[in-house]
Write a protein that binds this ligand. Structure first.
Ligand SMILES: Nc1nc2c(ncn2[C@@H]2O[C@H](COP(=O)(O)OP(=O)(O)OP(=O)(O)O)[C@@H](O)[C@H]2O)c(=O)[nH]1
Ligand SMILES: [Mg+2]
Ligand SMILES: [Zn+2]
Length: 316
C-alpha cells in the first residue's frame, strides 16, 4: 500500500493512504536511507510503501520503502553534532513566522531559513505575525524588514493570527499545496493553523503559560488536511538551522542579491570576503546590500553555529 506520512512520533508513524484511510505504522527492522544521516529516517510529508501486519492482536502497518523526496528541510540535532533531523519532506511552500519580540526573531535566523529554502528549492514566504501587538516604532521595523526581504525577491505579509488580519492572503497562497509553518517557539504557528481552520483546535500556548521559557507547545510535526484543498504541516518551534550540506563555494548562490552581482567580481571564484574588486563588497559599501545579510553570510561561511541567535541586524 502507498501513503503519505501525516505524523511521526519517532517510533510510530501515522500514514494516510490514497483512499483516505489512516494507518498506524512502524518501520521495518533496520531501516536506512543511503546518503542521509538522520535521527528520523522517515518524516512527515514522506511518501511511503507499507504492508499490513496482523500477526498479533492489533493490526498495524510496516513501512518497507520510502519514495524519493522532492525536497526536505532539516535541522541539526542539538546534542548529536553530526546527526540531522528532518523536519518535513515534499513541501511546496515554507512559511517562516517572524515576531520582533515575544519571542525575538533575528535576521541571522531569517537568513539561515532562506538559505535552507534556496538550497532545497522550496518557495519561502515570510509572515510577520502579531502585528496587532506592535507599537508605531515596532511596526516601522516590520516595514523595514519586509521591504528589505521584498527587494531581494521574497514575498512578505504582515499578519495577525489572533485578529485574522491578512489571513486570506496566506490562504490564497496555500491552495492546492503542502505548506509548512516554521519559526521559533511561541511565534504563533499553531494559532495560525487554528485561525485558518478553527475546527482543528490545536493546542496553543495559554497566556498563563507564557513565562515558561523554552517550553514547546507543539512537540511533534503533524500534517493536516484543510477544507479548502490545502495541507499544512505544523511543526515544533526551532532554535536554529544548522547549515549542513552546504559548501562554502555554493553559499553566495543562495543569497539571490549576491548571486546577481557575482559576474561583476574580478575573480569568478570570489567568496566576497578578502578578494579585491569584489562587486558584492562594493554594493555593500554603497548600501545596496544590507549589512545584516552580509553579516549572516560571513557567519555561515565561518561555520559560526553559536552567535546567530543573539545577533541583531545593526551594522555594529
Ligand atoms: N497578540 C498576538 N498574539 C498571538 C498572535 N498569534 C499567536 N499569539 C500568541 O502567541 C502565543 C504562542 O502561540 P502558539 O500558536 O502556541 O505558538 P507556536 O509557534 O505554535 O509555539 P510552539 O508550538 O511552542 O512552537 C499564544 O499565547 C498566542 O495566543 C497574534 O497574531 N497576536
Ligand atoms: Mg505550536
Ligand atoms: Zn565578490
Amino acid at each position: 500500500m502507498k501513503g503519505t506520512v501525516y505524523k511521526s512520533t519517532g517510533s510510530w508513524y501515522t500514514v494516510k493512504t490514497e483512499q483516505g484511510v489512516f494507518y498506524e505504522c512502524r518501520l521495518k527492522g533496520k531501516f536506512r536511507i543511503k546518503g542521509i544521516k538522520s535521527t528520523n529516517p522517515v518524516a512527515v510529508g514522506d511518501h511511503v510503501y507499507f504492508e499490513i501486519d496482523n500477526k498479533g492482536d492489533d493490526e498495524f502497518g510496516v513501512i518497507y520503502e520510502i519514495g524519493e523526496r522532492e525536497n526536505y528541510i532539516i535541522r541539526k540535532s542539538v546534542n548529536l553534532s553530526k546527526q540531522t533531523q528532518i523536519i518535513a519532506a515534499n513541501i511546496d511552500i515554507a512559511f517562516l513566522l517572524v515576531t520582533l519580540n515575544n519571542p525575538p526573531t533575528f535576521t541571522a535566523f531569517i537568513d539561515r531559513f532562506l538559505v535552507a529554502s534556496e538550497a532545497y528549492k522550496i518557495k519561502a514566504v515570510l509572515l510577520f505575525n502579531k502585528v496587532d501587538s506592535y507599537t508605531k516604532e515596532e511596526l516601522d521595523e516590520v516595514k523595514y524588514l519586509a521591504h528589505l526581504y521584498r527587494t531581494i525577491g521574497y514575498e512578505c505579509i504582515g499578519i495577525s493570527a489572533t485578529t485574522g488580519k491578512n489571513i486570506d492572503k496566506v490562504k490564497q497562497l496555500m491552495i492546492g499545496k503542502v505548506s509548512v509553518f516554521s519559526g521559533h517557539s511561541g511565534v504563533g504557528k499553531s494559532t495560525l493553523v487554528n485561525t485558518i481552520e478553527p475546527s482543528l483546535n490545536l493546542k496553543t500556548k495559554e497566556i498563563s503559560d507564557q513565562h515558561l521559557q523554552g517550553q514547546h507547545t507543539t512537540t511533534f510535526a503533524e500534517m493536516y488536511d484543510l477544507s479548502f484543498d490545502a495541507r499544512i504541516i505544523d511543526t515544533p518551534g526551532i532554535k536554529g538551522f544548522g547549515m549542513v550540506e552546504i559548501d562554502k563555494e555554493e553559499l553566495a548562490g543562495y543569497y539571490p542579491e549576491f548571486f546577481k552581482l557575482k559576474e561583476h567580481c574580478k575573480f569568478n571564484n570570489c567568496l566576497h570576503v578578502e578578494e579585491p574588486k569584489c562587486a558584492v563588497k562594493e554594493a555593500l559599501e554603497n548600501d545596496e546590500i544590507a549589512w545584516s545579510r552580509y553579516k549572516s553570510y560571513l557567519q555561515i561561511l565561518e561555520g559560526d553555529e553559536e552567535h546567530f541567535r543573539k545577533d541583531i541586524y545593526t551594522r555594529e
